[in-house]
Write a protein that binds this ligand. Structure first.
Ligand code: PAF
Length: 297
């Protein structure tokens, strides 16, 4: 596995591969990697000739009061995980190269960036869209891999890829969970033992809602109430919303299309997010909204 720190070195390394028509997979990350990231890297390695992983803690997607400065970092462990999972190139750009003096061009996502996390983290998705667009321009992958845990991020990135005609397929991989259901996240490392124990209630609430949905519950109010009741162990729910999986608009009537039940909650001082996708069967709703790759549609 090659370590590359500058865009020029990355281009020099990738140019022959682009020219030979190698299939390039890309996994953008902010480091402090876990099994969820490893699953993305493995998927890429199994589907592509070359897998590039980036680690860049992107300052523009953090608000001034957020955890940019204390975001966990462990390059040695990340390198080992990438190598084991099958990465070929680890790209570690510097802030000074990503955002040189005078930087002033951003990707401004539209309405999809407004609800859910967007309502509580103003500017977050502008930062995400901008850095992902830049990284895609640098790596020029055929496939880019994202985790479903960041559901709104996947929707915003897909929209951006379509709107800007970026020649890449966005692949979304199901959330990888701890044994007790907690969605894997670099931020789980902030949790004390007691908080870690209580954090389980978020996935438990989502699973309870999923179970009710599987048994035929279609009332958005009932579904969210069930989840909310199970989430009492969290210190504060920032939002718990059932939204259309494509538009992210709240589901108003009976659930008749693919939806995502999304939660953001504080456990102690740590903000965690999670979601489940609830998809009526094709026969039931006459619809099949896919979460699979959507190149150019
Ligand atoms: O999901 C993340 O880790 C980040 O938001 C991403 C996509 C690497 C952009 O900084």
């Amino acid at each position: 596995m090659r370590l590359v720190r500058s865009v020029a070195d990355l281009r020099a390394l990738l140019k022959p591969l682009w020219n030979e028509g190698k299939r390039i997979g890309f996994v953008p990350t902010m480091g402090y990697l876990h099994e969820g990231h490893a699953a993305l890297v493995r998927q890429s390695a199994s589907r592509c000739d070359v897998t590039v992983v980036s680690i860049f803690v992107n300052p523009t997607q953090f608000a001034p009061n957020e955890d940019f400065a204390k975001y966990p970092r462990d390059l040695e462990r990340d390198q080992a995980l990438c190598l084991e999972a099958g990465a070929d190139v680890l790209f570690l750009p510097e802030v000074a190269e990503m955002y040189p003096t005078g930087f002033q061009t951003h990707v401004e996502p539209g309405r999809l960036a407004e609800p859910l996390c967007g309502a509580f983290r103003p500017g977050h998705f502008r930062g995400v869209a901008t850095v992902v667009a830049k990284l895609l321009a640098m790596v020029q992958p055929d496939l880019a891999f994202f985790g479903q845990k960041d559901f709104q991020q996947t929707v915003v990135v897909r929209r951006m890829v379509r709107d800007l005609n970026l020649p890449v397929d966005v692949v979304v991989i199901p959330t990888i969970r701890e044994e007790d259901g907690l969605a894997m996240s670099s931020r789980n490392s902030y949790l004390s033992d007691d908080e870690r124990e209580r954090a389980r209630c978020l996935s438990q609430g989502l699973f309870a809602a999923e179970e009710a949905f599987r048994h035929g519950e279609r009332d958005p109010e009932q579904i969210t109430t069930l989840a909310r009741q199970a989430m009492a162990g969290a210190d504060r729910l920032q939002y718990l919303e059932l939204v259309d999986a494509q538009t992210l608009e709240p589901i108003q009537g009976p659930l008749d299309r693919t939806a995502a039940l999304c939660v953001a909650a504080y456990v102690g001082a740590t903000r965690l997010i999670d979601n489940v996708v609830l998809a009526p069967t094709v026969g039931e709703a006459g619809l099949n909204v896919s979460l699979s790759p959507t190149h150019g549609d």
